[in-house]
Design a protein around this ligand. Structure first.
Ligand SMILES: [Zn+2]
Ligand SMILES: [Zn+2]
Length: 383
């Protein structure tokens, strides 16, 4: 029912695409991260709670909102959207045609998240799953542990008269961290790339603690503040105004010592909006699917493991990147006029894709498509 075309994942009987990476007439969008929601499609269909994000990021688009669980039909295919637990408005796309059910899950996580609806297992025959952290080494601590660690780090810095600069992706991760902060420690300051998204979350009814722009906080108070900013703000002129500060980065990649080292920050907090290995496995099992299609991440490892465990599994080669890395270059730099940071391996992977895309667009490199590398795990199995 679903195949990969040059433009993206394509529902054959329905005649529409899911998260296409090239402009198409009809697109079902799983969520607002840049590698899934692109400009230029004729018509968008997305979960209602995510419409505000899409408009914020894509501008004036023709978009139809669907409540979670609500059904619409297109060319004989019944379409419904179900929470993916990834970010506000993220959804899995359920497709039903002639008794056959497919679910395309976009990006997802199974752990709870105060800023979006929880992942809902949907029964299907074929499940399309991401594999960003699809290696057995990826296992997350319960998020409360991470929030406690972040608050303890912030409190210690505040006591020592130092600002805490928390670098993370502006859409999703930033708001999830905000939801876990203890506002009694000090002021919460948000970068210009983060605050507009906070507004969308609040409008959608997601409770976030009070936040301020840096210009609204006086210098003395900044020394007790936590500052939430996109990765591109790290080491930028914008960050220098905080004087002596401690910086940290929050990402699933922070599990890897090599990634922490390359980031060059004081602290790495392991927090991801993607499922870890046990999460991926439990999500797949819960669908009851016999066939699994693996996309973006550790495709060969997951496919092999699933086949060994009785699934009919294969990979789809897609253009989805690491949504976290993409935000770094785009949102932050645009909002505050700062230069993007030195690319880290994850960002580089994205850059390779962008380059490949540009080359393809110019008609020069159709056969040089680059595979994503599963870069860090090999050297960091002790992480
Ligand atoms: Zn995403
Ligand atoms: Zn993604």
């Amino acid at each position: 029912m679903v195949v990969v075309r040059r433009e993206g994942l394509y529902c054959v009987p329905g005649g529409f695409y899911i998260d296409p990476w090239r402009p198409v007439e009809r697109a079902v969008i799983t969520h607002g991260h840049g590698d899934h929601a692109r400009v230029g499609h004729g018509h968008y269909l997305a979960a209602e709670p995510g419409i505000g994000i899409l408009r914020q990021r894509l501008g004036d688009i023709s978009v139809q909102g669907l409540a979670y669980g609500e059904t619409t039909e297109h060319n004989g295919v019944r379409i419904s959207l179900h929470p993916a637990g990834h970010v506000l408005g993220s959804s899995q796309v359920r497709l039903e045609c002639g008794g056959e059910v497919w679910v395309a899950s976009g990006d997802y996580k199974v752990e709870g998240d105060a800023t979006c609806a929880p992942f809902e297992p949907v029964r299907c025959h074929t499940f399309i799953t991401e594999s960003t952290f699809g290696l057995p080494i990826y296992r997350w601590e319960p998020q409360q542990q991470t929030f406690d660690d972040i608050n303890a780090w912030w409190r210690r810095n505040a006591e020592q008269g130092r600002a805490s600069l928390m670098l993370c992706y502006a859409f999703g991760k930033a708001q999830r961290i905000l939801s876990g902060l203890d506002p009694s420690i000090g002021p919460i300051v948000c970068h210009g790339a983060v605050e507009p998204l906070n507004r969308v979350y609040r409008t959608a009814g997601v409770p976030l603690p009070p936040t301020r722009m840096v210009s609204e906080v006086d210098k003395a108070d900044l020394k007790r503040a936590i500052v939430i900013a996109p990765p591109s703000a790290g080491g930028s002129p914008w960050a220098r105004r905080f004087g002596d500060f401690s910086d940290a980065f929050a990402s699933g990649w922070m599990l890897l010592r090599g990634a922490r080292r390359r980031r060059g920050v004081d602290r790495g907090f392991v927090l991801s909006d993607h499922a870890d290995w046990p999460g991926l496995m439990s999500a797949i099992r819960a669908t009851g699917a016999e066939r699994v299609v693996v996309t973006h991440g550790s495709i060969p490892v997951m496919v092999r493991w699933l086949c060994q465990n009785g699934y009919d599994a294969k990979g789809f080669d897609t253009e989805y990147g690491d949504d976290e890395a993409e935000d770094a270059a785009a949102a932050g730099a645009a909002a505050e006029g700062v230069a993007p940071p030195e690319p880290d391996p994850v960002a580089q992977r994205w850059a390779v894709r962008e380059d490949a895309e540009a080359a393809r667009a110019a008609g020069t490199a159709d056969r040089q498509r680059q595979e994503p590398e599963q870069e860090e795990p090999e050297e960091d199995r002790d992480a």
